[in-house]
Structures are given as structure tokens and as C-alpha cells.
Write a protein that binds this ligand. Structure first.
Ligand code: C2O
Length: 305
């Protein structure tokens, strides 16, 4: 096992029937000590993420170039696509164990760690993107699958010769097939109009009308707790259900997007999660507005405030 400070990373706990087993997914060791995070300078310009269906082909070509650049880096480079994809594997399959408690795996899903973990993941991915593209203004577009304009896999991801292509996706869910935000391994066979209405209903039920922070974010998960105390409404659906919808249902664990150890290998993952990040922020706005407190910059995370 690799030991960093007291954090252990060892062989991941991959399903026995996994068709694509990685031997390990721990990050490469750095010769220098880890640097603590500091918030970016307040004088830095605010950069705005925009939806895939609005950024245009030229902008999407940047994302395509980014993924090509990351895939071209040696696997040992922490910024390589290989290592960035492995981050998801390392924190979700028991490769990390809790400090001083090797019997307890670290798991970033099914608890309140879900939103902040993935936010940090996208944040650093975006910083790598700016560096590699040599474009300080670059932001990750978000695939806005929650509104009708975005309810299909974006065309850029379907071209077999593009670095954005991934062979491990459900062949029945390619465009123009509309997404199903609460897909439970069964096709609903709705008309387009019905599917859109259904998706809007899922968003209303799981996001808009999920007023309690603890229900929305997921259950508390603290050092010494066992994994998966309980997912929030957004994580269960549309988040998990969409992972399953994109991944290939013919593979035993729904690889790539449908399984923790492979989800990050699909280049769509990062734009998919850019939208999850946005939905978190949207929920905070909805809740703030509902409390008639539009000007507040801070958020009250207690249920009964
Ligand atoms: Cu860590 Cu969308 O999953």
C-alpha cells in the first residue's frame, strides 16, 4: 500500500465480475509535500460556466482538445486523463481507508460528502484545463440535461474518432434518445413530450421541492463513521439514475458511467458533474428565495432555522 501522511491507499475493491479491472487506482506519489488549499485571490475575475448547448462548436472543440492533451500525457502524470479518471475510483471503492481505522473505507457517495467532493474534483480538473489549454478564462461547460434543450447526449460525444467518445455507453441511449432522469434499468417507452414532462417532474420532486438541507445534501458522515449513511435526494435521482442511464447496461456494473471505478473514464463525466455542481448552487438560490432572503450570501445549513 501507498501511505501519504496517514492516509492509506491500496488496492481498490472492484467488483469480481468487472470486465475492466484496474490493478490499482491510487494517485502517484509526489516527491514534495502536499500543498494546502487556499482560496483564489478575490481580485481574480469571476469566470462563468455555460451550458453545452449554448457554448457553440468552437468552445466544445476546446474541451475536445483538452481531453486529447490529457490523454496524451503519460499515465504517471497526475494531470493525465488516466489519473484524473482514477480519482473517482480511489475515493469510491475503498482504496483509501480512514486515518487510524483501516477497517473503514473512505467513500464520498451516499452522504453529505457527495456535493463538496465532486465540486473540488471539477474545480481542480478545470484548473488543469486552463493550464493545458493555456487559456486562463476557460471554464468547464455543463451538460444541462435537466432542461429540454439539453436532454440528449451532446453530439460531440458520439463521434467515434473523437477523444470524447467512449465505447462503454448504452447503445440504446445515443442521441436523439431523450434522457430519463429516473432510470431504474427499465425503459419507460414514453413519447418525447411525456419524457420531458417526466424529467421536469423528477427535477421538481428531487430538487425544487427538497427544502431540508439534510435531505438534499445527504446524511452526516464524520471520521469514524461507516460508509454510506444515506444519500441526498439529488444524489439518488437524477444523479445516480443518470449515471446508470449513460453507462452500458449490458456490462455487469454498467461501465463506464454506471460504476464508481470507471465513471471518470468517460469524458462526459466532467460536463455531467459540472451540471451537478450547478444544480447544487441552483438549489441554494431556490431555498434562499423561498426564505425571502435573496441578499444573503451565506447559507444556513440547519434544518429548522
Ligand atoms: Cu462520484 Cu457522479 O459520481
Amino acid at each position: 500500500p501507498i501511505v501519504t501522511d496517514q492516509l492509506w491507499c491500496s488496492k481498490p475493491d472492484i467488483p469480481a465480475d468487472a470486465p475492466l479491472p484496474p490493478s490499482q487506482c491510487c494517485p502517484p506519489m509526489s516527491a514534495s509535500p502536499a500543498i494546502n488549499f487556499t482560496f483564489p485571490n478575490a481580485t481574480e475575475p469571476v469566470r462563468t460556466r455555460r451550458p453545452v448547448h449554448e457554448v457553440g462548436a468552437e468552445y466544445m472543440a476546446k474541451y475536445e482538445r483538452l481531453v486529447a492533451l490529457m490523454k496524451a500525457l503519460p499515465d504517471s502524470d497526475p494531470r493525465s486523463f488516466h489519473q484524473q479518471a482514477n480519482i473517482h475510483c480511489a475515493y469510491c471503492t475503498g482504496a483509501y481507508r480512514q486515518v487510524g481505522q483501516p477497517e473503514l473505507p473512505v467513500q464520498v457517495h451516499y452522504s453529505w460528502l457527495f456535493f463538496p467532493f465532486h465540486r473540488a474534483y471539477m474545480y481542480f480538473f478545470e484548473r488543469i484545463a486552463r493550464k493545458l489549454l493555456d487559456d486562463p478564462e476557460f471554464t468547464l461547460p455543463f451538460w444541462s440535461w435537466d432542461i429540454p434543450e439539453g436532454m440528449q447526449i451532446p453530439a460531440e460525444f458520439v463521434n467515434k474518432s473523437s477523444p470524447l467518445y467512449d465505447a462503454f455507453r448504452d447503445p440504446a441511449h445515443q442521441p436523439p434518445k431523450l434522457v430519463d432522469l429516473d432510470f431504474w434499468q427499465m425503459e419507460k417507452n414514453l413519447t418525447g413530450e411525456q419524457q420531458i414532462q417526466h424529467n421536469m417532474w423528477v427535477m421538481y420532486k428531487q430538487i425544487v421541492s427538497s427544502p431540508l438541507p439534510s435531505l438534499f445534501h445527504g446524511q452526516p458522515y464524520r471520521a469514524g463513521d461507516s460508509e454510506k449513511p444515506g444519500a441526498g435526494t439529488a444524489e439518488l435521482a437524477p444523479h445516480n439514475t443518470m449515471h446508470a442511464w449513460i453507462g452500458n447496461g449490458w456490462y455487469p456494473n454498467g461501465e463506464d458511467m454506471g460504476a464508481y471505478y470507471t465513471a471518470g473514464r468517460d469524458p462526459i463525466f466532467y460536463l455531467y458533474h459540472s451540471n451537478i455542481d450547478r444544480i447544487w448552487e441552483a438549489w441554494r438560490h431556490i431555498r434562499r428565495a423561498a426564505k425571502g432572503n435573496n441578499s444573503s450570501q451565506t447559507m444556513d445549513f440547519t434544518d429548522h432555522a
